[in-house]
Design a protein around this ligand. Structure first.
Ligand code: HEM
Length: 339
């Protein structure tokens, strides 16, 4: 029941916003004050964590071993798996970020009669993870039409592409369907797969429910309770927020405030959660370090500056004491002047 608490938390957040905005004056708190606080926490927290990671010393190179490293000219070098220069590292990073390449190698361990343990390729997680992240990205890009006036061509282009199926009125966005499917799969996987269920924590379920809450309230606003939603007033507020002159001119549907409050919670929660993998992937040593440990000397930045002390100089320093204690020496003491 590790998912009951985060589910209850998201329901509580919905109810808080839904009830609070009925009180006069509270619209300003939920429409202006909380969004600014959440954004400040998001930006401040995000920068703090990335700077902290960037300052952490990297004591040694971590060459990943899934590809042929650079060696003799006649042995084919795997440039993506064992990059040796910045361009090759950038190529590996780029494919990791846009295609989730390492997740493509995801395997599933199963025990069969015998007992026999097998590792089989499992691409479902990769597929739904790609679906989720790209749907989210497209939805965020489309939302820019609320904040920008005039709307940039890229936003209109993405919106046209997303509503290409021309189903329903207002037209259904493909990403609304794919993000719901992906979220349900990602939640289902944590429920159904015993190993994943065992390691899943409240922090794994909470963001899933929170994002599902944001998506459901968004879909309700656009497709089901549209008559209550005054898009012009919302756009005026959104443009006001980004130009630091926010105004709430008319009554806006409480559903919008619920949507916005859940988004604010996500922004405020983001820097303290696993969602920071968005920034962390760029600082991941197994992705961003070149596999050049045989070509270049990598000095551990933690190493203290040790002065070499050879045996000869050690003996020079302690020869007298060593002789006095009967310890054999390589070089005798020079004869004294009166000898
Ligand atoms: C994490 C960020 C957000 C996500 C994932 C999200 C998600 C969604 C989704 C899935 C919809 C359904 C329709 C569509 O896909 O466009 C929607 C609609 C909507 N969202 Fe968001 N939203 C986010 C942030 C915001 C913010 C910050 C605002 C306002 C300041 C906002 C205002 C709206 C409005 C007004 C609609 C209805 C649009 C319409 O009727 O065409 N959303 N949202």
């Amino acid at each position: 029941m590790k998912y009951a608490f985060p589910l209850a938390a998201v329901i509580a957040l919905v109810l808080i916003a839904l009830i609070a905005v009925q009180i006069p004056g509270m619209q300003y708190l939920f429409g202006v004050v909380i969004p600014y606080l959440a954004m400040a926490l998001f930006l401040g927290g995000f920068c703090y964590r990335v700077i902290h990671w960037a300052q952490s010393p990297v004591p040694f190179k971590i060459p990943t071993t899934c590809g042929q490293g650079y060696s003799l000219p006649w042995i084919k070098h795997d440039k993506l798996e064992a990059p040796v220069n910045t361009a090759q590292v950038v190529a590996r990073m780029f494919l990791e970020i846009v295609l989730f390449r390492s997740l493509w190698r995801n395997t599933k361990a199963s025990v069969y009669a015998g007992p026999k343990l097998t590792y089989e390729s499992s691409k479902w997680l990769w597929l739904f993870a790609i679906m989720f992240h790209y749907s989210f990205l497209v939805i965020v890009v489309r939302h820019m039409r609320l904040f920008l006036d005039p709307v940039p061509w890229l936003v209109s282009f993405v919106e046209t592409g997303d509503s290409l199926l021309q189903i329903g009125a207002p037209t259904m966005y493909t990403t609304d369907v794919t993000i719901v499917l992906a979220l349900l799969f990602l939640f289902g996987r944590r429920l159904m797969n015993p190993q994943v269920r065992y390691i899943s924590l409240v922090n794994d379920y909470f963001p899933l429910f929170l994002i599902l809450g944001i998506v459901i309230t968004g879909i309700l606003m656009r497709f089901f309770l549209r008559t209550n939603v005054d898009i012009n007033a919302i756009k005026q507020l959104a443009v006001g927020l980004v130009t630091f002159s926010p105004t709430i001119v008319t009554e806006i549907s409480s559903l919008f405030y619920v949507h916005l409050f859940l988004v604010c919670t996500l922004l405020a929660y983001f820097p303290f959660s696993k969602l920071m993998h968005m920034g962390g992937v760029f600082l991941s040593p197994t992705r961003n370090l070149a596999n050049d440990s045989r070509m270049r000397r990598h000095v551990n930045p933690w190493n203290p500056d040790i002065k070499p002390h050879s045996y000869a100089s050690y003996e020079d320093e302690f020869r007298e004491d060593m002789i006095e204690q009967g310890i054999p020496v390589e070089k005798e003491l020079p004869p004294k002047a009166n000898d």
